[in-house]
Design a protein around this ligand. Structure first.
Ligand SMILES: C[S@@+](CC[C@H](N)C(=O)[O-])C[C@H]1O[C@@H](n2cnc3c(N)ncnc32)[C@H](O)[C@@H]1O
Length: 231
């Protein structure tokens, strides 16, 4: 661990001065190797994106963290040149302050270059309940609170899910059979999920939740990841 500086709300330390690590969960917010490349491999390609993206397409995420996944999606959507806009709903219990998010994103010049409008709205967005962020091409909302409470109450359905809690061993509450059942219940017909983990109990819970589940090659040194389509 680097200097051991602590963020106020979420509890962040900085590995090598650049990678945010949750002190609450003892796990990094993204891959130590190349977080942006991992996001593109796992969450975008794993959900068949950007090919499936179209006006009104709705992405949902468990664990907003630094917003890196949102920005990777924003870059991919912009590059398609397609018309209209996407919707993005993320669930986050311990929102990071914008200063920590900006510091984390500086590690990824491509994402940081498009992060301005997101960062300028983040701390100003009303803190209670839901933060709404309007980006060019994506209407995002981050639903604050424990996903075990907020996801069952959510009225929406996603076309694609990014399942991005901390590792199942360290953050089991975000990977429980109950939460995976809620993910299934909040997925549109033909919708999909992707996650970096290949944990057997997560795979089985997602099968029970109504997905046809596939194990795929993971990013970098991770051998496997998991994807699925609602059947
Ligand atoms: C691996 S990080 C997410 C990284 C993020 N997707 C990004 O692009 O930076 C996991 C996130 O899940 C959040 N989290 C953990 N348990 C949660 C819970 N029970 N409900 C909602 N969010 C939770 C953590 O606060 C953390 O921000």
């Amino acid at each position: 661990m680097g200097s051991g500086e602590q963020g106020a709300d979420a509890g962040v330390a900085w590995k090598d001065g650049v990678i945010p690590v949750s002190t609450r969960f003892d796990d990094p917010y993204f891959s130590l190797a190349d977080g942006l490349a991992e996001t593109r491999h796992v969450f975008l390609a794993g959900n068949g994106l950007p090919d499936r993206l179209a006006d009104g397409f709705h992405v949902a995420e468990l664990g907003f963290g630094t917003g890196l996944n949102l920005l990777a999606l924003l870059i991919a959507w912009t590059q398609t040149g397609r018309r209209g806009g996407l919707r993005y709903t993320s669930f986050e219990a311990y929102p990071l302050p914008a200063t920590d998010i900006a510091r984390a994103l500086r590690h990824f010049p491509e994402a940081h270059a498009v992060a301005g409008p997101f960062l300028s709205q983040w701390d100003n967005a009303p803190a209670g309940g839901v933060k709404r962020i309007a980006l060019a091409g994506i209407e995002a909302q981050v639903i604050l609170g424990d996903a075990r409470d907020t996801l069952p109450a959510w009225q929406g359905r996603a076309d694609a899910w990014f399942l991005d809690g901390f590792s199942p061993a360290k953050n089991p509450e975000l990977w429980s059979p109950e939460i995976m059942a809620e993910v299934g219940r909040h997925t549109a017909a033909g919708g999909s999920f992707a996650t970096y983990t290949a944990a057997g109990h997560v795979r089985r819970s997602l099968e029970a939740a109504g997905f046809a589940v596939t194990r795929q090659a993971g990013h970098g040194r991770k051998r496997h990841m998991t994807t699925g389509t609602k059947v």
